[in-house]
Design a protein around this ligand. Structure first.
Ligand code: NAP
Ligand code: ZN
Ligand code: ZN
Length: 347
């Protein structure tokens, strides 16, 4: 066992505080990673505050992990000491079900073992995430970060990046596809960069005009503030694909009306409360409503390589560990441009 320094939520109502715990020694197929940076995903906040109802405390959040391999198990073939690597939202899965066998471990029929707030498959010990100085992970769930990408700005690719890349690929975005992204936060800004790099015509739908210049700089072709309700009539029947990244309940029906015949709206944001909507916008124009969860290991590697080739990283604000609670407050107020990344050397 080796001691790990971390920050943890001790209860759903309390701020995160310094915390120490034990990590396992690397087994034959494990990689031990010195964590350099960890992004703050809105899911960390939902989880640490018990908003999704399944919280295990103490909880060390963090699933946008970037670091350097510091030691390897005896039978490791894929990595060597010094490699730049990442860990995303899960660290294990059953490996035998159909989704696991078809490289979609995120949809494991027995649920993947999540990087934190989950139980290890063998020992049933709780998993602890990336707000910590190191992590030990089976090599099959470790990603390679292209060595020319900065580790701090690459860290959020491990969740925000793949969560948008996967639906953009699944719904076959290509040159000229009309894509709208609802919400310009951590996920949304990656959606803009990735869709633009795939050649799509990208529109941002944001609550107000505040982020218009940023959206254009990130690669969006159009920007609309949805506090002006006339936007919904103006853009009716326009988009091939809409990806909703909003973390609260908004009226999905209003946005479905912006899809063309047979268009798809994909939900990736996970509001705490149920969302009400009427059937009309789905029935007229045969529109589709779907969801999407992160991506599998193979696709996450494909996304990292795509980002390496196109020099895509996240726009980040790097902060020391002791600012984590302040950062949580700012994320909830949509006051983040566009991802907070914790500098783990300040632990
Ligand atoms: P974030 O940085 O907080 O971004 C969310 C964006 O939603 C905000 O920037 C804001 O954009 C918009 N928004 C916030 N409050 C709103 C309101 N009251 N009305 C309308 N729009 C509002 O969060 P994130 O890290 O990108 O995560 C977004 C959601 O995705 C979270 O629920 C998270 O748990 C979930 N998530 C899902 C997956 C998955 O696999 N499906 C993976 C990761 C995260 P504007 O300021 O532009 O309006
Ligand atoms: Zn996440
Ligand atoms: Zn499985």
């Amino acid at each position: 066992m080796s001691k790990s320094k971390a920050y943890a939520a001790m209860t759903a109502k309390a701020p995160l505080v310094p915390f120490t715990f034990e990590r396992r020694e690397p087994k034959d197929f494990d990689v031990s990673i010195d964590i350099k940076f960890c992004g703050i995903c809105h899911s960390d906040i939902h989880s640490a505050r018990g908003e999704w109802g399944d919280a295990i405390f103490p909880m060390v959040p963090g699933h946008e992990i970037a670091g350097i391999v510091k030691s390897i198990g005896k039978k490791i073939t894929k990595f060597k000491v010094g490699d730049h690597v990442g860990v995303g939202c899960f660290v294990d899965s059953c490996r035998t079900c159909n989704p696991c066998k078809s490289a979609e471990e995120q949809y494991c029929e027995q649920f993947p073992t999540f990087t934190y707030n989950s139980l290890e498959r063998e020992t049933k010990a709780p998993t602890f995430g990336g707000y910590s100085d190191h992590i030990v992970v089976n090599q099959d769930y470790v990603l390679r970060i292209p060595s020319h990408l900065p580790l701090d700005a690459a860290a959020p690719l491990l969740c925000a990046g793949i969560t948008l890349y996967s639906p953009l690929r699944h719904w076959k975005v290509e040159k000229g596809t009309k894509v709208a992204i609802i919400g310009l936060g951590g996920l949304g800004h990656m959606g803009v960069k990735l869709a633009a790099a795939m050649g799509a015509e990208v529109t941002v739908l944001s609550q107000s005009n505040k982020k218009e210049q940023d959206a254009k700089r990130l690669g969006a072709h159009h920007f609309f503030a949805t506090n002006d309700k006339s936007v919904f009539a103006k853009l009716a029947n326009t988009f091939d694909l809409i990806i909703n990244t909003v973390s609260v309940d908004i009226n999905w029906g209003d946005y479905l009306g912006l899809l063309r015949l047979d268009g798809n709206m994909v939900i990736v944001g996970v509001p705490e409360k149920p969302v009400m909507m009427t059937a009309g916008p789905l029935i007229f124009r045969r529109r589709n409503l779907a969801g999407s969860l992160i991506g599998g290991i193979k696709e996450t590697q494909e996304m990292l390589d795509f980002c390496g080739k196109n020099n895509i990283v996240c726009d980040i604000e790097k902060i020391p560990m002791e600012k984590v609670n302040e950062a949580y407050e700012r994320v909830v107020k949509s006051d983040v441009r566009y991802r907070f990344v914790l500098d783990i050397s300040t632990l």
